[in-house]
Design a protein around this ligand. Sequence first.
Ligand code: BEZ
Length: 212
Amino acid sequence: MAIQLGDIAPDFTAETTEGKVNFHEWVGDKWCVLMSHPKDFTPVCTTELGFVAKTKAEFEKRNCKVIAVSVDDVKSHKGWIGDIEETQRTTMNFPIIGDPERKVASLYGMIHPNASDTLTVRSVFFLDPRKKVRAMITYPASTGRDFNEVLRVLDSLQLTDQYQVATPANWRQGDECVIVPSLTDPEEIKKKFPKGYRALKPYLRLTPQPNL
Ligand code: BEZ
């Protein structure tokens, strides 16, 4: 069955460009973004991996590790890394899983046969520190991902966990957040949101972003 939100992310052991990894152990107590790449030596993937390497500090700020998977072996990945570093002017700083038998790709449903029998789609799985799948994004091979959106989703998930707020349409850092509908006790709301809130409707309550 396909992976769904709230599931524990499937565990696996695999060779990566940084050695053999047991996935759950490698994630440890951090958040994790696992992303698939259709194939080595492809143009869009080259730009994506370069961008993520350049912005790794943004993931670290969010206590999040990044790992990529591509359906070629580690030897091929290592050759490709040379191209990524040269063309994207960066140093690769996170592992790429070798997956020539497509074990990880199959485990995570990253091959969509009606799109391609051989290439993976561009999947992003967001895991929390308990290894629960908290969000998933799927793009076709031809569309490079927006990693600012990946960071925005991480911010939203972490705000929800820490403050019981949700994020409204097009939310960006610094915008108002939404008090989750399950919070109804006025005393509790006052305590949790000392900056106050605006109720546009009883179910639509906006509060300043709580961690700023
Ligand atoms: C790419 O990564 O550039 C790519 C891969 C497969 C199809 C189209 C583009």
